[in-house]
Design a protein around this ligand. Sequence first.
Ligand code: GDP
Ligand code: 5AD
Length: 606
Amino acid sequence: PTSPIADLDLPRAELSDNARIVLAKRYLRKDEKGKPVEEPEEMFWRVAYTIAQADAKYGAGEEQIRALAREFYLLMTRRLFEPNSPTLMNAGRPLGQLSACFVLPVDDALSNGQSGVYDTLRSMAMVHQSGGGTGFSFSRIRPEGDLVNSTTGVASGPISFMSLYDSSTEVVKQGGTRRGANMGILRVDHPNVEEFIDCKQDITKITNFNISVAITDAFMRAVQKGEQYDLINPRTQQVVGQKDARAIFDKIVQNAWRTGEPGVFFIDRANFYNPVPHLGSYEATNPCGEQPLLPYDVCNLGSVNIGAFVRDDVPAGEAWSDRIDWKEYRRVTRLATHFLDNVIDANQYPLPEITDLANRIRRIGLGVMGFADLLVRLGVPYNSAEGVEIGRRVMEFLDEESKRESERLAQTRGVFPEWEQSIWGPDETAARAPNGERIRPVRAMRNCNVTTVAPTGTISIFAGCSSGIEPLFAVAFMRNQAGSLMPDVNEDFTAIAHAEGWYSAELMERIAREGHIHFAEVPEHVQRAFSTAHDITPEWHVRMQAAFQEHCDSAISKTTNFPNGATVDDVRKIYELAFDLNCKGVTVYRDGSRDGQVLSTGATKT
Ligand code: GDP
Ligand code: 5AD
């Protein structure tokens, strides 16, 4: 059969062989035998055309839609921008669910016909089936041992229900493409907080959840002063006890040092920036933490590959800001924002409550990937004041240009329906932060939130760039290729080695085997510019996260890496620093602290 795109005269996608393999495995439409029945180019056109078609709702004719689809196609196939995985998998297909992030409410009831524990369990299965990830707060569940009126029995507590959700996630495999992924959150003032902090210390338990403690500002103040803080039973809203804030903070830090979990979610800070507080408060985030969301809230993500904007016509010696093609970065950011706004209209949501809220607030999450590539190409170390400044500036640019596009879209499509009472609304009606402050200027936006930084775990692989804002994990590693081990070396690194005349196959292999580049043959400036996750101290990880957070509506997905020999106290300082620098959360990982680590240097990866 001839390809449906044969007559369109579209250029071939700029993809490596490895990228094509990843796409075939995870994204392409398949027949009953699991054999792909579309080419990557057909997939990208399917997505581009489906998303462009949403413009019809705002008066575009077929010719305009085709022209826009072509632009979207080029954006994705030139690897300048990619939407989140569900959009690539499901756009233009029967499922039609295009979003990666959901938060569902869990009420303190087995079933109440809407959002009791078992009602939401069912909703979770439906979101997972469609390829989305779910976050839950279990904070409203009465504590273990508490009274159950209807049966005069005793309650089993939030962790038991989280385990139930975990088991169900295990059972529902997502149509062979993605498994379920969850975030579990418990407030630090819940009576079962200690059990929660410990619940994943056995690393074979609750494996389909990331967990974070929702930390309040009151709790952090109590930690600083060495005071007790109140525990509150969510059923009665009564104070039912007190705990020593430092002891609980120590327990969180100790466990994070041991296993990486729990992370922390600074819940009051997230709510300070809630764009639509009249519709509810944030209780939880999506699985990787970059999206604080309301109950039944959803976000579709997309990421601009920022490493692609280094100009090759400006010599390396010039100032970094002159070496970035800001005009092209602006064009891509604007088009990507248009794309994500269209995704909301093209989307088929798994629950009516989600459809309703999505249309009322029109939240989107545009972020970046390839940031480490950008720094390497500019020759600036990640762990440097200049590197952090570049991070701040590129995010500020993305955020502002995306908001301008959102305003432009609002001129023809209208502001999002809840705009007047949102933080963006007119003075008479706009929401104020809890302290009475007006936190944003009046802006007639199409979307309540526009920016975020996602992990880009899969899309960065086929886009062939570094993930999110993470530093390079390694310059090289040994890859198992058809049974033999081959060094896989960062392309920017080999290019420099060739250009500067110190390339040798033996050196590349040594680097891949040993997992570092600190050899005499590698010039000092290259060693600095290619700082990898493990050369970079935790402080720089957090400083970078905070720099990106400064101009970001939602939050930042980031792992702060520690060397194996880091102490508990090192982890504590990082949790405190993240709070002090205005991050919305923090996650740490100490090298080797969990078995079955997915990526590791100086080792092999298949
Ligand atoms: P990508 O688009 O596949 O590269 O996804 P990211 O790694 O950027 O993750 C973005 C969001 O997608 C996460 O925060 C989750 O909400 C969701 N997500 C990521 N990986 C999975 C997965 O394996 N399963 C499910 N159900 N959701 C996921
Ligand atoms: N809170 C926030 N993010 C988390 N991740 C894992 N656990 C948590 C958590 N508790 C994130 C990592 C990484 C992604 C794969 O998931 O930081 O960015």
